[in-house]
Ligand binder design. Structure first.
Ligand SMILES: Nc1ncnc2c1ncn2[C@@H]1O[C@H](COP(=O)(O)OP(=O)(O)OP(=O)(O)O)[C@@H](O)[C@H]1O
Ligand SMILES: [Mg+2]
Length: 345
């Protein structure tokens, strides 16, 4: 799997990164869960940590929090080596794979236990409950909380130590779109206070809107690190082309391939669209070549991958559903003469 963008955390200034790792590796017997991961998480950013189920996100987070010893590699969190996790953990707030609380105790009481353990003033409890929108339910037993309320209580617990770095593992798991939007707004407000937020998800679309920086892993490997814009720019542009006569589709595919470009067909009959791996700079030439062979093109449009497609492409897990959506998106009926247009979705 190619590395699409190199780790970048400012102009090579380790002190501007909240988290840096080099060759971070974790093996469980023969299974390599995290494989030579080089991370560079810019300080003060919201960084998304994205990858499909089993990619190695939680394992990485556990190593960063001193909960698991790396098999190989090194790193720093807030400037301290991973081996000295006791030096930085007081400044790190974490939520890992769904919080668990004592069901008979209220949210307030659960946080009070954690505050006592962490030597944190109890005045902080009301502050963090308010912060996550649980101010009015803080004294109800947590067994009466909805899933979204439990997730928010988990974030409140992570915020107790007034952390410089907040590490949230799948905080939107199981939430509806409204709950996800609420968490996103919360993350934004935490970052606006100068905190670094490192948030994992197996769904890029859930967190990309709020992330300045993205780390994508698959099978324990880093496959992308950089901005959302860089991720999109890293995908090659394509042309969606339609012929006036459905009978010309196969001839068009052959013509495109003869000129060294890949071509695939989606849809059938009048709905058939040929996707050509070329930028719009080749559209005029394609139009002339097709005309010279007696084919009339009624639609040529440049399109770039959506973020979801880029994610599926680099993690190699494109679904039928996303292919279908992509096909539908380029099927715009037109009887106009051939034209080149930008399709950005
Ligand atoms: N304690 C363990 N013992 C053995 N294998 C483990 C252990 N923890 C994780 N793994 C394996 O490591 C790989 C990565 O798991 P991990 O939980 O880090 O993935 P993830 O990206 O967090 O996935 P998800 O999105 O499902 O939470 C998986 O193959 C998993 O089975
Ligand atoms: Mg996980």
């Amino acid at each position: 799997m190619p590395l699409l963008a190199h780790a970048s955390c400012g102009p090579r200034m380790p002190e501007s990164c909240a988290v840096v790792t080099t060759g971070l590796t974790k093996r469980f017997g023969h299974r390599v869960a995290v494989d030579s991961l080089d991370l560079a998480i810019p300080e003060g950013s919201i960084s998304g940590f994205v990858g499909p189920n089993g990619a190695g996100k939680t394992t990485t987070i556990r190593m960063l929090l001193g909960l698991m010893r790396p098999t190989a590699g090194s790193g720093t969190v807030l400037g301290y080596p991973l081996s000295q996790y006791k030096s930085y953990l007081a400044k790190v707030g974490a939520l890992i794979e769904g919080p668990t609380f004592h069901p008979a105790l209220s949210g307030w009481d659960n946080l009070a236990v954690l505050a006592r353990l962490g030597g944190i003033a109890s005045a902080r409890i009301a502050e963090v409950l308010d912060r996550v929108g649980l101010g009015d339910r803080g004294h109800d037993p947590t067994r009466t909380y909805s899933l979204g309320m439990r997730q928010r209580l988990g974030i409140a617990a992570a915020m107790l130590p007034d952390p410089a770095l907040l590490v949230l593992d799948e905080p939107t798991n199981g939430l509806d779109p409204h709950g996800i939007a609420e968490i996103r707004a919360m993350l934004r407000s935490f970052a606006d206070e100068g905190r670094t937020v490192f948030v994992s998800s197996h769904l890029l679309t859930e967190i990309q809107q709020v992330c300045e920086h993205l780390v994508v892993i698959e099978g324990g490997h880093l496959v992308f690190q950089g901005s959302v814009a860089q991720l999109l720019a890293s995908r090659a542009p394509e042309l969606a082309v339609r012929t006036e006569s459905p009978d010309d589709v196969d001839r068009l595919v052959a013509l495109v391939r003869r000129h060294g470009h890949a071509a695939t067909v989606s849809g059938r009959g009048a709905e058939a669209t040929v996707t050509v791996s070329a930028s719009c700079g080749w559209a005029g030439e394609l139009n002339r070549l097709a005309m010279a062979e007696g084919m009339t093109l009624v639609h040529i449009a440049e399109r770039h991958s959506t973020l979801e497609e880029a994610f599926f492409e680099i993690t190699g897990s494109c679904t039928e559903e996303s292919r279908e959506r992509r096909t539908q998106a380029v099927h715009t009926e037109t009887s106009d003469p051939p034209k080149v247009e930008e399709h950005t979705r």
